[in-house]
Design a binder for this molecule. Sequence first.
Ligand code: PEP
Ligand code: MN
Length: 337
Amino acid sequence: MIIVFKPHATEQDIDHVTDRLRELGLRTQISLGEERTIIGVIGDERILQGEPLSIFPGVESVTPILAPWKLVSREFQPHDSIIDVCGVTIGGRRLAIMAGPCAVEKLEVTVEIAHAVKAAGSTILRGGAYKPRTSPYSFQGLGREGLDYLLAAKEQTGLPVVSEILDPRDIDVFLEKADVIQVGARNMQNFELLKEVGAYDKPVLLKRGLSATVKEFLLSAEYILSRGNRNVMLCERGIRTFETHYRNTLDLSAVPSLKELTHLPVIVDPSHATGRWSLVAPMAKAAIAAGADGLLIEVHSNPECAMCDGEESLKPSRFNNLMIDLKKVAEAVGREL
Ligand code: PEP
Ligand code: MN
């Protein structure tokens, strides 16, 4: 349920309603719009039957949210969420480009790639320190040491870093060393992990599960917001279909659909979506044309020798050319790069 206040409702009016809701054992989340304040009610709303909230002073309307998600919905917050990551904004007019290796490898390689993606215009450095590999015999990542290499690259380039968490027990190290915590596709429905990252205000990049519907994706984001963390961005990274010619099928329809349904920023990862470097640039351009707020792209200075996902990684020169093309696409759709 959402409670919309009149434009001139006072702080007292709002407190009066929130106090009553809390008395009834319900939780609330407030959205302060430019013109109006909206309260989202969380909990078993059956308790509100017969409660005359609509006649409380300052209240304009009380509306049930029909979608199964609430806090992530456009009904709850009509304006786009803009997330601040160390001064880099995600969700506004300017596009966010997160680029870097699939896995953090040697320190020098990480720093070299960070300089290259920054020079091309990337605003955030990506890199996996804990890798969720399909085979237990594949490279599992450098762990905490990998996060330290990302930090070193951040110190040299000024680029904030995004890295994937696999285990809720690592939350403290991620809070300390990462600027955005990535929850990967395989963990989209790891509800304990979602609750853990929801308990802080550190930005979270939530990737769509391999076979997750848009509804399941939004409900996973709702887990994070319902714990208090509103700094969530969604990432479409391709879904499993019958098609095996490429690694996954990039569901571009999800981009405008999500933009209709939610106020959260939508990022597209054309690297994991296609699994082939030659397909990354066309799909990256298509994603921006479709309304994505940013991209997550794998870049490696020597893809042939990469420890992970070399086949989908762009060389810095190709990434640079893509960024030049993306500027034109961005301009055509009223965005900035
Ligand atoms: C990644 O971004 O490194 C990754 C493992 O992606 P996904 O969770 O989308 O497979
Ligand atoms: Mn990868």
